[in-house]
Design a protein around this ligand. Structure first.
Ligand code: PRP
Length: 206
C-alpha cells in the first residue's frame, strides 16, 4: 500500500487522472471526503503547503507538490519526477506604472514565500525588509504596505486586476512527485514501479 498526499484542487484532479489512465480504473473522492482508499493506494487530500509535511513525517509515502513550495520549505525530501502540470512562476510584482528600482535604501517586500524572497534578494545583495503575509499579497503595494511583492503568477490575471505587473521572474515552478527517504527505501520497488509508469504516461501525453 502506498499513501499519496495530493494538494486540493486542480493538481489533485490532474494527478488522479494520470493514475486512472495508468491503472485503467476510476479514482474519485467522495463529496467532501479527504481520504480515498483502494487496494494498492490511499490518497489524502491536503492543503498545498501541507503536502511536504505529510510526506516528511511519513504520514504519506509520496506526494505531489509545486517546486515553489519545496524550495520555500526546504525539507529533506526526494524529488522523484517533474509532472509538468501546475506550471507557474514566482515573480516580483510592482505597480503597473512603475519600473523595477532596487536603489531605494529600504525596499519593503510583501510575500507569503519569505525564504524564496530572502534568498533571492540576499544572493543579489539587495537590502530589503520582508513582510510576511498569508494571502491577498497583491493588495500590499496598493495601500502602501510594501513597495513590491514576491508571489505566484499563473495566468497573471490577479496582478493585472489589481493594477500590478510581474517585473522579474525569480523561479519557474511545476508540480513534482516527491517521497520521503524512509518510504523510498522501505517501499523502493513499489515506488520505482509507480514512478516508471507515471513517467511513461507523462511522456506519452506530451
Ligand atoms: C496564487 C497567488 C495569486 C494567484 C495568481 O494564489 O498568490 O494570488 O495564485 O494566479 P493568476 O496569475 O492566475 O491570477 P493561490 O491561488 O495559489 O492561493 P494561495 O494563496 O492559497 O496559495
Amino acid at each position: 500500500m502506498i499513501t499519496v498526499a495530493l494538494p486540493k484542487g486542480r493538481i489533485a484532479k490532474e494527478t488522479l487522472s494520470i493514475f486512472e489512465k495508468i491503472f485503467n480504473k476510476e479514482f474519485k473522492f467522495g463529496e467532501r471526503k479527504l481520504i480515498l482508499e483502494d487496494k494498492d493506494f490511499r490518497f489524502l487530500l491536503v492543503r498545498n503547503q501541507d503536502v511536504p509535511t505529510y510526506v516528511y513525517h511519513q504520514a504519506a509515502d509520496i506526494g505531489v507538490v509545486g517546486l515553489d513550495v519545496l524550495e520555500e520549505q526546504k525539507l529533506d525530501l526526494i524529488r522523484l519526477l517533474d509532472l509538468n502540470i501546475g506550471k507557474c512562476s514566482v515573480c516580483i510584482g510592482i505597480k503597473e506604472e512603475e519600473s523595477l528600482d532596487f536603489s531605494k535604501p529600504t525596499i519593503k517586500v510583501a510575500t507569503k514565500m519569505v525564504n524564496i524572497a530572502r534568498d533571492y534578494f540576499s544572493k543579489n545583495a539587495i537590502p530589503v525588509e520582508i513582510i510576511k503575509l498569508y494571502g491577498s499579497i497583491e493588495l500590499a503595494p496598493l495601500i502602501g504596505l510594501a513597495d513590491m511583492i514576491v508571489d505566484i503568477v499563473e495566468t497573471g490575471e490577479t496582478m493585472r486586476q489589481n493594477g500590478l505587473k510581474p517585473a522579474l521572474t525569480i523561479m519557474e515552478s511545476s508540480a513534482h512527485l516527491i517521497a520521503n527517504k524512509n518510504s523510498f527505501f522501505s517501499k523502493k520497488d513499489e515506488i520505482l514501479s509507480l514512478y516508471e509508469k507515471i513517467e511513461k504516461e507523462i511522456k506519452s501525453e506530451s
